[in-house]
Design a protein around this ligand. Structure first.
Ligand SMILES: [Zn+2]
Length: 158
């Protein structure tokens, strides 16, 4: 930890205060210039690498995921808050799983599981964009899957 005043490398912790489990406040003093400053230390969140359909790897990109869902939900009654909620839930799940790599398909499924209950048209649109369903057959498979799951739910309700 470098001193923000003189750039000196030696600082001494003079007080530590845990605010939450995930956050530590420290008061430090620079050995060189004697000035004091606070630090707010929190763990860096690691997201898994995303393995795309063509097997190339990409960093997890929150904006990209948001954009995909936003496009899918255009002209539908799904609010931005709801979309942010979906992304936050997925990020929490990724943190908990703690994997190094995850396929875009798996993330897509996480979105789909949530979109499906909110807006089915948005769900199909999302499948086209994010899962790169670029042919009618794989699109039909998605819709068939959705329809058969709907049927299952109806049967369960009876
Ligand atoms: Zn200093």
């Amino acid at each position: 930890m470098k001193c923000p005043f003189c750039g000196g490398n030696k600082t001494r912790v003079i007080d530590t205060e845990k605010e939450e489990d995930t956050r530590v406040h420290r008061r430090r003093m620079c050995v060189q210039c004697g000035k004091r400053f606070n630090t707010d230390e929190r763990p860096l969140l690691n997201y898994p690498m995303i393995i795309k359909k063509d097997l190339t790897r990409q960093d997890y990109n929150r904006e990209k995921l948001m954009r995909g869902i936003r496009i899918a939900c255009a002209k539908s009654p799904v609010s931005i808050e709801k979309i942010e909620g979906i992304v936050e839930e997925i990020e929490r799940e990724l943190q908990m799983q703690g994997k190094n790599e995850i396929s875009s398909r798996t993330i897509g499924d996480m979105v789909i599981a949530r979109l499906k209950t909110i807006d089915q048209i948005a769900y199909v649109r999302f499948a086209i964009v994010y899962l790169q369903l670029d042919d009618l057959l794989s699109l039909r498979n998605e819709i068939d899957r959705l329809l058969s799951e709907n049927k299952m739910e109806e049967l369960n309700e009876v």
